[in-house]
Ligand binder design. Structure first.
Ligand SMILES: C[S@@+](CC[C@H](N)C(=O)[O-])C[C@H]1O[C@@H](n2cnc3c(N)ncnc32)[C@H](O)[C@@H]1O
Length: 591
């Protein structure tokens, strides 16, 4: 949709909202690309249907991966999505517009025949020693890299994979040196290096996936690849301690200085070639769908991909954590699988009218007043997730990464003068964003905000921001996003994490104004008449709140009424809602 088409034609409705909604991670919109805290679209649809007519316009100014846009498409409405992060914009765009799946299949086939199968063999042909001691050849599905430590006491080397294999159950943080028996905390050691410790291969002769120790030839091949030069571009944006997630993920212990360091050599060789080839595709929608599959492949192929003995190898979302046992995948296999997931999405996604734009939620000046029927949004949750940091690993392939200075978040790792943000900065920025939501939503519309937090200070910041923006609470619903793994991870880190989210729905009605029982009307008329009598210039105390308050109360009393409900706070809200404010001076709009 072109924003110039946005007009205040209200298709807003206020039907009863659901008390409880639950979603799952199974839908094709869920599996097509990872993003922290995705909201399942099937949980958003009932809110949209209760708040708009078919054809109505829904806004999400913190759209993330664009799940509100998918819900908009599923319910036959129009959507306006925006986010600060270029990576989120890329996902929201690709999640909400279809590409012909036969064109995608055709292009993969062309890639396979012209270069991808041959390059895959070049990088991933491997061999393992099976249980009979025989060498079996095949394409590596994944390679487990183990960190090697020097004992702080005797300097003997310990291989984490060997210790894990010999240990029943989860490995404790403190382990004993195999040589001298001295205990040390493995999580605080700077590793000497990483080594390939275990392989899973698809045997060339057919048969089941085979796990085993890499053969000497396989190790020799992998070390030859370490010496190979990268022939294509790979992002090298700096990641340093100015990023909260650098500190929280202890990346200094993993030798990370740039995005490039988040990838081992073989994935770097594979990804840089793949990205290069994708840029040669002429058909723009197909190229973009490949880029969409690529960014998730890059995330899955980073050093963050955790070995999990129970299967389901993947990085943890919402962090930049590099595990001690990394499961390096076959990049091309991940990519083909991603393209299948993307095609699955495009087979079921209805055609829709959803526009996506990169923008801070604090400035939606590109959306006309009163032109939106319904806002459904899921703002950042205090200091839980630093999207700009977490997206960096895959977003930087698309160009310049997001502006983390403008991110609405609580950032404790930097001092305020270095760009750190306190809870009150978070509240101020949210107030600006919600004020914009209130401005653009039509008078009969609604604003629904998804939120959860374990910190009461963050809750207060959110609710104060809503109130200061002039939104009024109407209803609260409970949402189960079905994301046990993400919350489970945080809980394991010692954080008490609320499982359910709340969907709080507010209205932009001028309720305070109505509660003034007529005093508000008198006050506003008196103040407007007073301001119209002044010169248009600034810097006069006669435009200040205190002065205007006296004018207002004086006129209410003069007219024989009581100033009931006309507290200075309520009066300020009345002025904010109806007049233009420049610092502490008020003006009649349009005068
Ligand atoms: C909780 S997530 C939204 C997830 C989304 N509901 C989904 O389903 O994927 C919050 C989003 O707010 C974005 N964000 C943070 N600060 C912002 C700002 N100033 N303006 C716009 N978006 C911002 C982050 O990039 C992140 O994508």
């Amino acid at each position: 949709m072109d924003n110039s088409e946005l007009r205040p034609v209200s298709l807003a409705r206020r039907r009863t909202l659901p008390e409880y909604v639950a979603g799952s991670k199974g839908g094709p919109w869920y599996t097509s690309h990872t993003y922290p805290t995705k909201v399942p679209p099937e949980t958003i649809v009932p809110f949209i249907e209760a708040s708009t007519e078919v054809g109505g316009t829904v806004l999400d100014p913190f759209c993330g991966s664009g799940m509100t846009g998918v819900a908009v498409a599923l319910s036959g409405r129009s959507g306006v999505l925006s986010d600060l992060s270029p990576g989120a914009v890329h996902l929201a765009r690709n999640h909400t517009r279809r590409v012909a799946t036969d064109a995608i299949a055709h292009a993969v086939d062309r890639f396979d025949r012209s270069w991808m199968r041959a390059f895959e063999r070049d990088l991933y042909l491997s061999s393992v020693i099976d249980e009979n001691g025989d060498r079996v050849e095949g394409l590596a599905r994944h390679t487990v890299w183990s960190e090697i430590y020097a004992c702080p006491k005797c300097r003997a080397e310990s291989n984490l994979w060997a210790i894990t294999e010999a240990h029943a159950g989860p490995l404790p943080r403190r382990i004993d040196c195999e040589a001298c028996g001295a205990p040390f905390d493995r999580t605080h050691q700077r590793p000497l290096r990483s080594e390939p410790a275990n392989l899973a291969i698809k045997p060339s002769g057919g048969g089941k996936l085979l796990h085993g120790k890499p053969s000497a030839a396989a190790i020799e091949r992998i070390s030859a690849l370490q010496r190979r030069r990268l022939r294509h571009w790979i992002p090298d944006h700096t990641i340093d301690p100015s990023r909260e997630m650098y500190i929280r993920s202890a990346l200094h212990l993993r030798g990370v200085r740039t995005v490039k360091d988040m990838f081992d050599k073989r994935p770097a060789l594979a990804l840089s070639r793949l990205w290069h080839e994708i840029q040669t595709i002429d058909d723009a929608p197909v190229r973009e769908s490949f880029e969409f599959a690529f960014t998730n492949t890059a995330w899955h192929s980073s050093r963050m991909r955790r070995y999990n003995a129970k299967g389901g190898q993947r990085p943890l979302t919402g962090t930049l954590f590099i595990p001690q046992l990394v499961s390096e995948p076959n990049v091309f296999e991940v990519f083909r699988n991603q393209l299948r997931q993307v095609s699955r999405l495009y087979e079921v996604l209805p055609d829709s009218d959803v526009s996506v734009r990169q923008s801070s939620a604090t400035d939606l000046s590109w959306i006309p007043d009163g032109s939106i029927d319904y806002v459904f949004t899921d703002p950042p949750f205090g200091n839980n997730i630093h999207y700009a940091d977490c997206n960096l690993v895959w977003e930087s392939w698309l160009g310049e990464p997001g502006d983390n200075d403008a991110e609405i978040v609580v950032n404790k790792s930097r001092s305020v003068h270095q760009g750190g943000k306190t809870v009150s900065d978070y509240q101020r920025l949210l107030t600006e964003a919600f004020t914009e939501c209130r401005r653009v939503v039509c008078p009969t519309g609604r604003v629904s905000i998804v939120f959860h937090n374990s910190d009461d200070a963050v809750w207060s910041a959110l609710l104060d921001a809503v109130e200061n923006a002039g939104l009024h609470q109407a209803e609260v619903s409970i949402m189960d996003k079905g994301q046990r793994s993400q919350k489970g991870y945080k809980a394991r880190q010692g954080e008490l994490v609320p499982f359910y989210d709340l969907v709080m729905t507010f209205t932009p009605d001028r309720q305070r104004f109505e509660r003034l029982n007529g005093a508000g009307n008198i006050a506003l008329d008196a103040v407007t008449a007073h301001l119209n009598r002044l010169d248009s210039g600034r810097n006069t105390t006669k435009r200040n709140l205190d002065y205007l308050y006296s004018v207002a109360v004086g006129e209410v009393i003069r007219s024989g009424q009581r100033p009931t409900g006309l507290s200075l706070r309520a009066f300020e809200q009345l002025c904010n809602d109806n007049l233009e404010r420049v610092d502490n001076e008020f003006f009649v709009p349009g005068a």
